[in-house]
Design a protein around this ligand. Structure first.
Ligand code: ATP
Ligand code: FE
Length: 369
């Protein structure tokens, strides 16, 4: 099948065409990153207006790049949950418009489930069920994917996501003033600086160390980074860029702390899956995705955990970890395959700002410890 995927849940306008074999026929992403960096964060009405300005051209280009007409598609897939309501609505309305024009079914897609499934495009051996760790700017969760639309939620963040902590640290450290970081997402800027810093230079607490469940917390790490940045500013002369000389050490230490917390929880999830027999013995797999999965240091740490506990670790290429239309189109393909081919009652599809990835078993995880 040929599916057009539309993604507007947050700050990227993504449109892409994918076929049944997982071939990417086109991949258009219009990023709003620079605008939001200027504002110091995402302002929903601005995000909506930018999506509205760009969605028409992005969808057209996705079809043109793929060399297919609207009528040749089998379905239009669109992110309807979770995300910013104003942003989601722009995507849904445009998807409806296109589906109506060509009498195509509309497939509503859950953004986080799509993140989890992307890896199967290139690695079909990742069969259900598998463990997944999804880490991004808005989410942090551990889940077992049992089918394209069936997930068990083992645990999630009680407060911030890791991407949020990294973005805030990058902003506080004024990393944008460095030419090599000027156009980068906060997490990417932290990774770049961390490469020349000492991960043990500053001490960060291990969050929720007394709990043995799969919940996360990044607010404490975010706060510690702000506090350390302030005290380092006191200790050092301010240089022209406004970036403190120990910024690289601070980035490396924060990145290490984020990695440590993620590994700690992932290990716990692996133990839980083992104890409950949730994964097949011969093929235990962990899929890591979401924007923070672009981070090579963090995924290297997770790979070591996988090795120690007998899990094969899969991470999609960075381009597919951040938000894009490809993962939405692919999720559409997966749903078509299992006979969940969307609906022709276009007006019955609605958005949902908040939507758990699946059945919450976090209490069972906590009780087992
Ligand atoms: P979601 O709704 O899934 O939470 P999102 O808006 O966070 O979506 P993503 O593209 O999935 O969008 O993730 C963006 C996050 O990834 C940002 O916080 C960004 O700083 C972070 N990020 C991107 N590259 C890296 C990197 N190399 N290292 C760490 N974090 C990164
Ligand atoms: Fe995302």
């Amino acid at each position: 099948p040929l599916v057009l995927g539309i993604e507007t849940s947050c700050d990227d306008t993504g449109c892409a065409v994918v076929d049944g074999a997982g071939r990417v026929l086109s991949d258009v992403v219009h990023s709003q990153l620079q605008v939001h960096l200027d504002h110091g964060g995402i302002i929903p009405p601005i995000a909506r207006d930018l999506h509205a300005q760009n969605i028409g051209a992005a969808a057209e280009r996705a079809l043109r790049d793929a060399g297919v007409s609207l009528a040749e598609l089998d379905a239009v897939a669109v992110t309807v949950r979770p995300g910013l309501s104003l942003s989601l609505l722009v995507g849904l309305r445009h998807a409806r418009l296109l589906a109506r024009q060509a009498s195509l079914p509309l497939i509503p897609v859950h953004h986080m489930r799509a993140h989890a499934l992307t890896v199967r495009m290139a690695a079909p051996e990742v069969a259900f069920p598998f463990l997944t760790l999804l880490i991004s700017g808005g989410h942090c969760l551990l889940a077992v994917a049992q089918a394209p639309d069936r997930f068990l939620l083992l645990g999630a963040s009680r407060d911030d996501a890791p991407g949020e902590a990294l973005d805030k640290a990058a902003r506080r450290l004024k990393l944008r003033n460095l030419p090599e970081c000027a156009t980068l997402a906060g997490g990417r800027a932290v990774e770049l600086l961390a490469a020349r810093g000492d991960p043990h230079a500053f001490e960060f607490p291990l969050p929720l160390s007394q709990y043995r469940d799969c919940s996360f917390s990044f607010a404490g790490l975010k706060f510690t980074a702000q506090k350390l940045a302030a005290s380092e500013e006191q200790r050092h002369d301010v240089v022209a860029s406004g970036v403190i000389p120990t910024a690289a050490d601070l980035c490396a230490s924060l990145q290490h702390a984020v990695a440590r917390h993620l590994c700690h929880r992932t290990q716990r999830a692996m133990d839980y899956c083992q104890a409950r027999g949730l994964l097949p013995d011969g093929a235990r797999r962990l899929v890591v995705s979401g924007g923070v999965a672009c981070n090579g240091y963090i995924t290297a740490c997770l790979r070591r955990v996988g090795e120690a506990l007998g899990f094969e670790v899969y991470v999609p290429p960075p381009r597919l970890c951040t938000d894009n239309g490809v993962m939405i189109a692919w999720k559409g393909v997966e749903l078509l395959r299992v006979g969940r081919g969307g609906t022709r009652d276009l007006d019955s599809v609605d958005i949902e700002a908040r939507s758990p990835i699946g059945t919450d078993v976090s209490q069972d995880v906590a009780d087992m410890s």
